[in-house]
Write a protein that binds this ligand. Structure first.
Ligand SMILES: Nc1ncnc2c1ncn2[C@@H]1O[C@H](COP(=O)(O)OP(=O)(O)OP(=O)(O)O)[C@@H](O)[C@H]1O
Length: 356
């Protein structure tokens, strides 16, 4: 196991810079998720850590040593891709032991390590099969087994679950988490799926256009997004975002919407009267009858999901999503009322997008 550090890492393709100086420190044994929309530079960053992509400037440090000039093999990392990259003519056991065989490990050692990983991943009954005789989830598990067998200092995952169907993705997600809890190897996991990042990681790094927007624990990012980008990215369904203006006196500030609705905001928010803001309301914090500001409007859409129902209602001319109990009698066209406590109302400067 090892710590990983990025020191002002940059990447340019010709004159086009795609990573603009990222610094990050990952402790030994931590599980970090790099998240962000398509094209933000997640894979490029991961490939630079792996040694598959040259670093234009800055340092990658693994276990306190600068590894910029080391080959991927010399970095002692294992990478798990979305395309499993298994050899079709080899059995599961041969695939898993392949790297050890290349490095000249003795046969009994290979067999022992393969068996140990196979037990951990429930692959024992499949060791003699070829990849074509496996399901997608089983193939992904073999790809992980191949990584574990090498006993690397760091695991790098590049969207490993994106080729699986929704149900299997959830199952494999739990398996990866359980595995990390058992083995404890430092892991860096790239995904565009914020739920995967939230459920798996100790810490999340949100990237946007080659820059770090914020990093912190999943709950820090959820509760205190530093700006509108992170606020909109973390949370599902996404946070409702409306235009407003700061109103109210002294200790009782409020956000006034275009239709005159005033939403109380917490007194410790650094807002100025008259300031143009964006108001952020998480769907799960809009609950009927819990106190705080009452928000009301016509119901535009009702989507039951079982335990909960998503209600879309009109607020100041904008559709706003609220999550209510599945038993709640929501009805299309009816008036819907929800409350939001002041401390759950997020406010951002409208121009800069910075949280206030
Ligand atoms: N060989 C290349 N030459 C020029 N630009 C590149 C090259 N490879 C990647 N890029 C650009 O670098 C940026 C980051 O790409 P990267 O693949 O790291 O994004 P990503 O966040 O992993 O996206 P995705 O989720 O779609 O895989 C993109 O704008 C991409 O177009």
């Amino acid at each position: 196991m090892a710590s990983v550090e990025l020191r002002n890492v940059r990447k340019a393709y010709g004159s086009l810079e795609v990573i603009h100086g990222v610094s990050l420190s990952i402790e030994d044994g931590q599980f970090i998720a790099l998240v962000g929309p398509s094209g933000c530079g997640k894979s490029t960053l991961l490939r630079m850590i792996a040694g598959l992509e040259e670093i234009t400037a800055g340092d990658v440090v693994i276990d306190h040593a600068v590894v910029n000039d080391l080959t991927p093999r010399e970095r002692n990392i294992a990478m798990v891709f979305q395309s499993y990259a298994l050899y079709p003519h080899m059995t599961v056991a041969e695939n898993m032991g392949f790297n050890l065989r290349l490095s000249g490990a003795p046969k009994p050692v290979i067999a022992e390590r393969v068996n140990e990983a196979a037990r951990m991943l429930d692959l024992m009954p499949l060791l003699d099969r070829k990849p074509a005789q496996l399901s997608g989830g089983q193939r992904q598990r073999v790809a992980m087994g191949r990584a574990i067998v090498r006993n690397p200092a760091v695991f790098l995952f590049d969207e490993p679950l994106s080729n699986l169907d929704a149900k299997l993705r959830v199952q494999m997600r739990s398996e990866i988490k359980t595995l990390h809890q058992k083995v404890g190897t430092t892991s860096i996991y790239v995904t565009h799926d914020q739920i995967e990042a939230m459920t798996l990681a100790d810490r999340i790094v949100v990237l946007n256009q080659g820059r770090m927007e914020q990093e912190g624990t999943p709950m820090e990012l959820y509760k205190k997004p530093a700006n509108l980008f992170v606020a909109a990215f973390i949370g599902s369904p996404a946070m409702n975002i409306l235009d407003g203006t700061v109103d109210g006196e002294g200790g009782e500030p409020a956000a006034r919407l275009s239709d005159g609705t005033a939403i109380r905001i917490a007194a410790d928010r650094k807002v100025k009267r008259g300031q143009a803001i964006k108001v952020g309301l998480r769907p799960e914090h809009l609950s009927p009858g819990v106190g705080g500001t009452v928000l009301a409007g016509q119901t535009l859409l009702v989507e039951p999901t079982g335990a909960q129902t998503h209600v879309v209602f009109d607020l100041a001319g904008q559709p706003v999503v609220a999550i209510v109990d599945g038993e709640y009698p929501a009805r299309y066209g009816a008036r819907f009322e929800a409350n939001i406590p002041a401390e759950q109302v997020h406010v951002f400067d409208r121009e800069s997008g910075v949280a206030l």
